[in-house]
Design a protein around this ligand. Structure first.
Ligand code: FAD
Ligand code: NAP
Length: 542
């Protein structure tokens, strides 16, 4: 048997996080291997190729900030870029920084076991997608999980879903060659962001589209538009990036000049004017209209009613409009969806909204979908049913730490981490945008860069100080977990059913996973921990 390859750092995943991490670590002279299950780089933007897929953070803020040369060589076409352009950008990054030679594609990491004696990780890989027993091993001093918060599709929990005789497409595993729905009767299940983006585009092509809606969502307009060079010159980028660092979500919005007041401090007219202004501006800004939008009470109710009115204005059939009005959760309690023409799609003659609250799906059958009211015949079925978010990709790997402790077992009642970066009992393991960090509540690009920079600096520090292992303490982890829960407590998002708490996956423990205390506070905390010689971690000399 041949000896496994030994490297400094193994990175799992070649999305935004894995690519940037490889670039940074390599610059420090470390040997790095990135292992990626897909047969291309790009992560989210490699897998989610469904029609209408775009970012909902503005393109100019979604591009990396680490290279002025890259900035000057790239321009975004639209305010919210399409998936093909974002994927092209990430491929450009891979080429521009010569990353591909250290990326192993089509390979899945199935296990990572810590070797206490060797103070290193033994990682087992398999060919992805192939039915094969072939496997390989790697030994790495550090293992970094850049596996993504939204990369493990949820297993569809719909009776009979496998029995459909026609093609079934998942938005998160869309065929690379695209799908032509011309002349077809199509059904789509799911009205989260993926459904909201794809429904208007599929409706334009299909002969007939049935939208199966269980929960109506709050959908705000993108007001997408073409970008000019002036929108993305060096000064504009610098200004936006520095504003973004000071906002809770890491998004520049209004140049960082957010309303610092509660709506209860202003008149009703002023409150409505502000909602209207932000609605016209487009994107996720309405969430931050006032400081009290995200907590239960009159401002949140007013924001909800504001959107309800907009839906009624846009949708001609009053019964359809009422079905689209979200009633069972507060505004912002599920991730806001950002649309182009979503509500208007329900004015089309070829689109039918099926209200699953009134007539649930009994079963998917070979010819279509049977609800409690009717049998809907379909030629193709689209699943936009979401992800096992934040923990799914991590617990899919058999991760065992010091003394063989199993991550899956340790997280059986929900994830515990220190800063979303490390887990007690799992030395030399880092998680990028892990549970307990702002991650999905922020501009992910910014949070990814912050984690990558922190981890790179940490490994450099360890090497400079001749330290062989770093491990979060139980005490630091417990206190961080308690803080994450405490700041989430007053917010509506922590108490609703949504993927942030894992309630979308049957059997998943209900824990609010991201850190809602805001990007600036979080960044300062991480910086302070490092400045204090990695407080909350045990460092063991070589
Ligand atoms: P990912 O891009 O998810 O990459 C992780 C990679 O790890 C994947 O390629 C996966 O195949 C690989 N991987 C996982 N497990 C293994 C394993 N065991 N072995 C080998 N490889 C593995 N965020 C925003 O901030 N703005 C947006 O506009 C936005 N839009 C989004 C749109 C969609 C459709 C989705 C699903 C998410 C969106 N997000 C958005 C969140 C998005 O996931 C992040 O912005 C970002 O792309 C995450 O990058 P990442 O590298 O951390 O993870
Ligand atoms: P999602 O938000 O979890 O939405 C899944 C949808 O499927 C929901 O409407 C859900 O209904 C429905 N569903 C799930 N299981 C079902 C079942 N058994 N029967 C009927 N309906 C079912 O997933 P997503 O739309 O893929 O988005 C996930 C996240 O990815 C987003 O929140 C966002 O962060 C990111 N994303 C961003 C963009 C973007 O705009 N840039 C686009 C796509 C995704 P219930 O709500 O009733 O469970």
């Amino acid at each position: 048997m041949t000896e496994p390859d030994t490297i400094d750092v193994l990175v799992v995943g070649a999305g935004y996080a894995g690519l940037y991490l490889l670039h940074r670590l390599r610059a420090h002279g470390l040997s790095v291997r990135v292992v990626e299950a897909g047969d291309g780089v790009g992560g989210t933007w490699y897998w989610n190729r469904y029609p209408g897929a775009r970012c909902d953070v503005e393109s100019v803020e979604y591009g990396y900030s680490f290279s002025a040369e890259l900035d000057s060589e790239w321009s975004w076409n639209e305010r919210y870029s399409t998936q093909p352009q974002i994927l092209a950008y990430l491929n450009r990054v891979a080429d521009r920084f010569d990353l591909r030679r250290d990326i192993q594609l089509n390979t899945r990491v199935v296990a990572a076991h810590y070797d206490d004696a060797g103070r290193s990780w033994r990682v087992r890989t398999e060919p992805a997608g192939a039915d094969s027993d072939e496997h390989a091993e790697l030994v790495a001093r550090f293992c970094v999980m850049a596996t993504g918060c939204l990369s493990k599709p949820k297993t569809p929990d719909i009776p009979g879903v496998g029995s459909f005789a026609g093609p079934t497409y998942s938005t998160s595993r869309w065929p690379h060659e695209g799908v032509d729905f011309t002349g077809q009767r199509v059904g789509i299940i799911g009205t989260g962001s993926s459904g909201v983006q794809s429904i208007p585009v599929i409706a334009e092509q299909a002969a007939r589209l049935h939208v199966f809606q269980r929960t109506a969502n709050y959908v705000v307009p993108a007001h997408n538009r073409e970008l000019t060079n002036a929108d993305q010159g060096p000064e504009e980028l610098a200004e936006r990036r520095s504003s973004a660092l000071n906002t809770r979500s890491g998004l520049a919005f209004d140049g960082g000049e957010l309303n610092e007041r509660a709506a209860t401090e202003v008149s009703e007219e002023e409150r409505e004017r502000e909602f209207e202004r932000l609605w016209r501006k487009g994107g996720l800004t309405m969430l931050l209209a006032f400081t009290d939008v995200g907590t239960e009470g009159p401002t949140n109710e007013a924001a909800a009613e504001f959107v309800h009115r907009k839906i009624r204005e846009k949708v001609r059939d009053p019964k359809v409009a009422e079905t689209l009005v979200p009633r069972d959760h507060p505004f912002g309690a599920k991730r806001l969806c950002v649309d182009t023409g979503y509500y208007e799609t329900f004015n089309r003659d070829n689109v039918t909204l099926v209200n699953l609250r009134e007539t649930p799906i009994e079963q998917v059958i070979p010819t279509g979908v049977r609800t409690t009211a009717e049998h809907i015949e379909l030629d193709a079925l689209v699943l936009a049913t979401g992800f096992d978010a934040m923990t799914g990709a991590l617990t899919a790997i058999d991760i065992r730490g010091s003394g063989g402790a199993r991550l899956r077992q340790q997280w059986a009642n929900g994830p515990s981490t220190y800063l979303g970066l490390a887990v007690a009992g799992f030395p030399n393991l880092f998680t990028i945008t892990g549970p307990g960090s702002p991650s999905v509540l922020s501009n992910m690009r910014l949070s990814i860069e912050q984690h990558v920079d922190w981890i790179t600096d940490c490994i450099r520090y360890l090497d400079e100080h001749d330290i062989a292992s770093i491990e979060a303490t139980e005490a630091a982890q417990d206190s961080w977990v308690a803080h994450v829960a405490e700041v989430a407590e007053p917010t509506v998002v922590a108490h609703a059913n949504n993927w942030y708490v894992g309630s979308n996956v049957p059997g998943k423990p209900r824990v609010f996973m991201p850190y809602i205390g805001g990007v600036p506070v979080y960044r300062e905390t991480c910086e302070q921990v490092a400045k204090d010689g990695y407080q909350g971690f045990v460092l063991t000399s070589a």
